[in-house]
Design a binder for this molecule. Structure first.
Ligand SMILES: Nc1ncnc2c1ncn2[C@@H]1O[C@H](COP(=O)(O)OP(=O)(O)O)[C@@H](O)[C@H]1O
Ligand SMILES: [Mg+2]
Length: 352
């Protein structure tokens, strides 16, 4: 496993440390006597740090394991292996009261504001629901005021407290989801594709709101998206996932200007470029073939079946997520990790 330990002075302390996280869903056959015939390796050895006050973008195609990582970070799914340290405490081993206490500080905002809000509950009940589990945050008599304050914080009229979700637009519904996420005053918010279901024109407004709330409440974000363009302006660092693994992780600049992993380079080449001059000079990388099944990933490097750089070694040996020689000497969190046998090579494909 990659050594991501940080013994140096860092600008912020890691608030979450994820180590070799795995989630394998059993594949079974038979109805009466279920027999395990394999496993879907949804998350297969993921390691990263989340620093206090930062936004870490996590990007990858549909099915690469992003939502499963999100659920593992809150222990909504039990990890098959690995650890998630929140301020030094391994969440994956917690249950009952200890888990409840940690979960208060780690909240989630879900992808689809159309289905994640109960249509039969008023906005006030939806936003105030977390107080049922943690009444110590808002005693009964104080709830209404708290909920109205939260509505105001996310830019909604506090008088809407008795309305139902269908009376709001998609963007407003996601603001309700964000207000609920903020209710318990968490330190970390995991946003699982929070704007993917919204119109492009509304996406920026919601992202701006999230940026504002981050400053106001000193939040650390994990911001999941399926494409690199969405997280660009909100992320301090970005991790790129492929088939249950982290392919590359680094600062905004490292990932967008100096990507080392062929998969990152391919994803970047698909990002629309508004400037026609820059577009003309750009080389598109078209990935051939489908994403392999996580139940039967390729040997060695899981990206090799679609990689234009792949060589013999790639089918025999799985590359480890590590800092290439040429980037060493930089302290975390500015370290640039890559899981490619050829990460030592300077970038050969123009991506901008
Ligand atoms: N509860 C489950 N049981 C079996 N397979 C699952 C389950 N949840 C997710 N998967 C599989 O795990 C893989 C990763 O899924 P997911 O984490 O939802 O990816 P993403 O969010 O990146 O689209 C997919 O192949 C998906 O079908
Ligand atoms: Mg998902």
């Amino acid at each position: 496993m990659a050594d991501l330990s940080n013994n140096h002075e860092a600008p912020g302390e890691p608030i979450l440390q994820v180590r070799n996280l795995q989630k394998h869903f059993p594949l079974t056959q038979g109805i009466l006597f279920k027999k395990q015939v394999g496993a879907v390796k949804a998350v297969d050895g993921v390691s990263f740090d989340l620093y206090q006050g930062e936004t870490l973008g996590i990007v990858g195609e549909s099915g690469c394991g992003k939502s499963t990582v999100a659920k593992l970070l809150m222990n909504l799914e039990r990890a098959t292996a690995g650890e998630v340290f929140y301020k030094g405490q391994d969440i994956t081993k917690l249950s009952g009261r200890a888990l409840k206490a940690v979960r208060r500080n780690i909240q989630m905002v879900f992808q689809d504001p159309y289905t994640s809000l109960n249509p039969r509950m008023t906005v006030g009940d939806i936003i105030g629901e977390p107080f049922d589990i943690h009444p110590e945050v808002a005693p009964k008599g104080d709830r209404r005021r708290k909920v109205q304050e939260l509505l105001d914080v996310v830019g909604l009229n506090p008088e809407y407290i008795n309305r139902y979700p269908h009376q709001f637009s998609g963007g407003q519904r996601q603001r309700i989801g964000i207000a609920r996420g903020l209710a318990l005053n968490p330190e970390i918010i995991i946003c699982d594709e929070p704007v993917s279901a919204l119109d492009v024109s509304v996406q920026a407004q919601v992202i701006n709101l999230m940026g504002k709330l981050q400053d106001e409440f000193n939040l650390s974000y994990i911001f999941i998206a399926h494409d690199l363009s969405i997280v660009r302006h909100i992320s301090d660092r970005v991790g790129v996932m492929y088939l249950g693994k982290m392919a590359e992780i680094g600062t905004d600049e490292q990932i967008y200007e100096h990507p080392t992993h062929p998969y990152t380079q391919a994803l970047l080449s698909a990002v629309p470029v508004p400037d026609p001059e820059a577009r003309a000079h750009r080389e598109r990388i078209i990935l051939t073939g489908d994403v392999p099944s996580p139940a039967n990933p390729p040997s060695g490097c899981s990206f090799r079946t679609r990689c234009w750089k792949a060589q013999e070694k790639c089918s025999q040996e799985a590359p480890v997520l590590a800092v290439p020689q040429r980037f060493q000497g930089v302290d975390s969190p500015a370290a640039h990790f890559s899981a490619c046998h050829f990460a030592e090579e300077k970038q050969v494909v123009p991506v901008h």
